[in-house]
Design a protein around this ligand. Structure first.
Ligand SMILES: Cc1ncc(COP(=O)(O)O)c(C=O)c1O
Length: 341
């Protein structure tokens, strides 16, 4: 099977498993696991932040970012199609007692102008805004990169209102490799940044939240509260350290494979593709066509794709998809779309 449903499906390579087996470990919650400390220091340095904290998942790290920065009874502003809105089970309401003020972008992703237009006037009758979140790359939009100037403008609009910015950078690695910009430059546009390790980097588990010492100290409490404090977590950190050494530059291959897929599939059977900035290819079906039969048809031929919506299919390239796989999958999906016309 060529599995394009997500970049979360990657399996640890033999070399990564060897790094896991060799990890020096300790009780992370009690004293700080030595390998985990090395990872957290390295991630903080990469992102240009004072500190970083490992989390079992990106969702937990995102939720901790909201919990530490958005007081109860306030609202957070973010793109209507953000992962935090659609895929975190209403966590911001359940865990932090805040509501979402969704921003409807004029383009593919939220701009500074969109944010400015969405902010309510300050009034004793309105909910107070407390936090702005950006997702970079943006999953639901198709792995879209928000340009650095736009991120800076978003940060400036937020700052005018005294609001901190959280960046859901689950795929920030992809944004950095595709744009050629250092991670710390992009991360500099936010107060807290979440990065995920179990997607394009190919580690089995984990994410990190980076920010100031003070915020990360509070995030430690959030992690404990959410049940995410761990013990010999150095076995997880060892996998991530291996991935940081070996799996960042190769993300360029995933981006090239995504472009191959997009080129082969665009226009097939009237479908249109969002031209990929990074490793996610969204395919919109023409009126009258439905995703489910296409997903089933390509599965029968050995390709797994995700039914993103009734009329949108998502394909994601990753460590376990070669250039040959991408070309083969492109043919199979293209033919299925033509047949579905
Ligand atoms: C943009 C984005 N943010 C957050 C997450 C959550 O990460 P995790 O699956 O590690 O909880 C995902 C997962 O796909 C994601 O795509």
């Amino acid at each position: 099977m060529i599995d394009l449903r997500s970049d979360t499906v990657t399996k640890p390579t033999p070399a990564m498993r060897a790094a896991i087996a060799a990890a020096e470990v300790g009780d992370d919650e009690r004293d700080g696991d030595p390998t985990m400390r090395r990872l957290e220091d390295r991630v903080a340095a990469l992102l240009g932040k004072e500190a970083a904290l490992f989390f079992p998942s990106g969702v937990m790290a995102n939720q901790a970012a909201v919990w530490t920065q958005a007081p109860r009874g306030t609202e957070i502003l973010l793109d209507v199609d953000a992962h935090l809105v659609h895929s975190e089970i209403g966590g911001v309401a359940a865990l932090s007692g805040v509501q979402v003020l969704p921003v409807h972008p004029a383009g593919l992703v939220m701009s500074a102008d969109d944010l400015r237009a969405a902010l309510r006037p300050v009034s004793r009758y309105y909910p107070a805004a407390s936090l702005v979140c950006v997702e970079n790359t943006h999953n639901g939009a198709g792995g879209v990169i928000t340009p650095l100037e736009e991120l800076e403008a978003i940060r400036d609009v937020a700052a005018e209102r005294g609001l901190p910015v959280h960046m859901d950078g689950a795929r920030l690695w992809n944004a950095s490799v595709a744009s050629g910009l250092p991670l710390r430059l992009i991360a500099g546009c936010a107060d807290t940044v979440m990065v995920a390790f179990s997607k394009g980097l190919g580690a089995p588990i984990g994410a990190a939240l980076a920010g100031s010492y003070e915020l990360i100290e509070q995030a430690w409490t959030a992690r404990k509260l959410f049940g995410g404090a761990m013990r010999q977590s150095g076995i997880l950190a060892a996998a991530v350290l291996y991935a940081l050494d070996n799996h960042i530059d190769r993300l360029a291959d995933d981006h090239a494979n995504a472009r191959t897929l997009a080129r082969m599939v665009d226009g097939a059977g009237g479908a249109t593709v969002v031209q990929p900035d990074t490793n996610i290819v969204m395919v919109d079906l023409p009126t009258g066509a439905a995703s489910a039969p296409v997903v089933e048809a390509v599965k029968d031929e050995g390709v797994l794709v995700a039914e993103w919506s009734a009329t949108r299919i998502r394909m994601v390239t990753h460590l376990d998809v070669s250039a040959t796989d991408a070309a083969r999958a492109g043919e199979i999906v293209r033919d299925a779309l033509e047949r579905a016309r």
